[in-house]
Write a protein that binds this ligand. Structure first.
Ligand code: ZN
Length: 242
């Protein structure tokens, strides 16, 4: 089975469509690791578009929960709060209902999926090998896929040591020796200094994962954000990838 893995779309429909076009013909099913909404200008369109994808498994992220009004926005910075309040105001009832029915982690086909981490599925950021190492105790499969940090990375645990690796794009990563926590990076708001949309393709039979990047029309997303008067800092960060 070939799986398209996407996460942190964040209402960026233009980036999502670029990823789907780039990945066309390379997948049979789709796993989405959460944060469909928040920050970007097209939350409803993104929630609706992913539901059209084949055999979709979709998790909930912290921004999805925030858009549903499920969490206290005082933990968000002022720009995130402003964009969340805007998302809350535009999200339609059907899409709210869809997001409200999602969970933060799942085990499927021998893989663990979580938005943030297996230990704290919605909230925890895995930003270093130390945090990754602790999280290997919280799932039983060989590999766990996470999102949330918006940074593509591979944590490899081998003989009780954990090392972090930056991905080599378009190259096959064999998920066979040891255990792995893999982040494909963010579709709609990359934060690794590369503004291109990020995603991944997994071959479950061969146990091979490929990190992918694809450029998209950032100016178009920015134009839509300006039309909705979303915070300028959030508009500008897209072209710099932070
Ligand atoms: Zn996110």
């Amino acid at each position: 089975m070939r799986v398209l893995i996407i996460t942190d779309v964040h209402g960026n429909e233009v980036a999502l469509e670029a990823v789907l076009a780039d990945a066309k013909g390379q997948y049979d099913v789709v796993w989405c690791l959460g944060d469909l909404v928040g920050y970007g200008p097209n939350p409803n369109e993104c929630v609706e578009r992913v539901q059209e994808l084949p055999s979709l498994i979709c998790l909930v992220g912290n921004h999805d929960k925030a858009a549903l009004g499920d969490i206290d926005l005082s933990t968000f910075n002022v720009d995130a709060r402003t964009s969340t309040e805007w998302s809350q105001s535009v999200l339609n009832d059907k899409n709210r209902e869809y997001l409200a029915g999602l969970t933060g982690s799942v085990i499927t086909d021998g893989f663990t999926l979580a938005h943030g981490s297996p230990r704290e599925p919605v909230w925890e950021y895995i930003l270093d090998s130390y945090t990754a190492l602790a999280n290997f105790d919280y799932f039983n499969t060989r590999t766990c896929f996470v999102g949330h940090t918006h940074t593509p990375i591979i944590y490899h645990m081998f003989e009780s040591a954990c090392q972090a690796y930056m991905p080599s794009y378009d190259e096959e990563l064999y998920l066979t020796e040891g255990r792995f926590i893999v982040n494909p990076g963010s579709v709609g708001q990359p934060r690794d200094g590369n503004p291109d949309a990020a995603y991944g393709i997994l071959d479950t039979e061969r146990n091979v994962f490929i990190h992918k990047r694809v450029p998209y029309d950032i100016a178009e997303t920015q134009k839509r954000m300006r039309e909705h008067e979303l915070p300028m800092r959030l508009v500008l960060r897209l072209e710099l990838g932070w």
